[in-house]
Ligand binder design. Sequence first.
Ligand SMILES: [Zn+2]
Length: 443
Amino acid sequence: MNQAVILAGGLGTRLTSRLHGRPKPLIEIGDKPLLQHQLEWLARNNFRNVILLVSYQADAIANFISAADFSNLCIELIEDRIPRGTAGAVLAAFEHLEDQFLVVYGDTMLDVDLDRFISFHDRHQDAAVSIFVHPNDHPRDSDLVEVNQDGRVLRIWPYPHQENALLPNLVNAALYIARKAHLKEFINNPPDQILDFGKHVFPQLLSQSKDIYAYRSPEYIKDCGTPERVDKVTADYFSGVISASCLKNKQAAIFLDRDGTINIENGYITSPEQLDLLPGAATAIKQLTNSGWCVFVVTNQPVIARGEASTEQLRAIHYRLDQLLAQHGAYIDDLVYCPHHPDSGFRGEVSALKLNCLCRKPGTLMIDQLIEKYHIDRSLSWFIGDTTVDIETAHRSHLKSICVRTGQAGQDGRFQVSPTRWADSLADAAVYLCQNPYAPISL
Ligand SMILES: [Zn+2]
């Protein structure tokens, strides 16, 4: 696949004070226009064919493209003054589209490793669309995506959301790979009717039982629709945060145990209301994220194998975790769990999950998979937990470790191991890690 469609038709009313008469795609981010950042990113990722959909000041955009040197890209500019919505605009150019194509919103600054996104998409040959998703610090104002363990989209929850609704912090970040054949039915949409991907096309595909897959990544993608956002993105560009978070580069990670480390140890948690955060845990996670770490949760959940909670109940418990963290502007980049348990004899147990697996901690499979998926550098990464099982997992995974004195406080006696360090709590551990020279942003 080497075709990208950029939706560059916005009027940019909110950016008037910054545009000085230029069209919105040419808003300056640092030393060059946003459109130039996007085209250079596509070229870096070996894209060759770009369709640029514009509505306003097409001449100014055409002049910019011919004056700049994009000789390795074939750019086709299509002017369409009819407001059709995001999907309507793309599908109006249907005959120009290849069998598979990338959709980029013209007001987003991003640096995504497209090789990884494309290979994810290639693994789901039946999917109509793959959408890029990530958690953010304001999920209440965002369109949220509910997925199963394989990443298949179950439902899309458009903003606004009901007060206290238990929903995942997983946001549609407006970057898609689409298969043209699955979108054909939408080309007969009346031209005076707005057709958006998020509001109309995706829900309709799901209602027809067509597959949409969600590609989860911590890479940088932010919209630049207001002067404040332009300033934030410009600062991130100059600090190097945007390019550093691209998964072509090695990342530093913090792997966290769940019960007793993030939330209060409360027996086996089998329903969302049993989950409460430890003091300072949310702020600690936010500090770690802001210091440049990917933050992951790695947890054994034998409640599934023992039949004490269903996969759906466990999903709801983790939505509650997302919700409590979001109240502090914190989020986790990914959460993985082992549903297995080796011992039989529990009433209602799920016999298919009663096995000696490689994922149950101190097994390292969950960590190994996260390291592969997110291109993690083990030497820059840490595991934080409250049991010797966690510390043993860290040893076997070649990670530095911190044992916290919350939860079981390292007193479980399962393994004879010592952590790299002790800390009173996750909050205490985060303070230590965010000091130089450990924090990745200080590198
Ligand atoms: Zn397992």
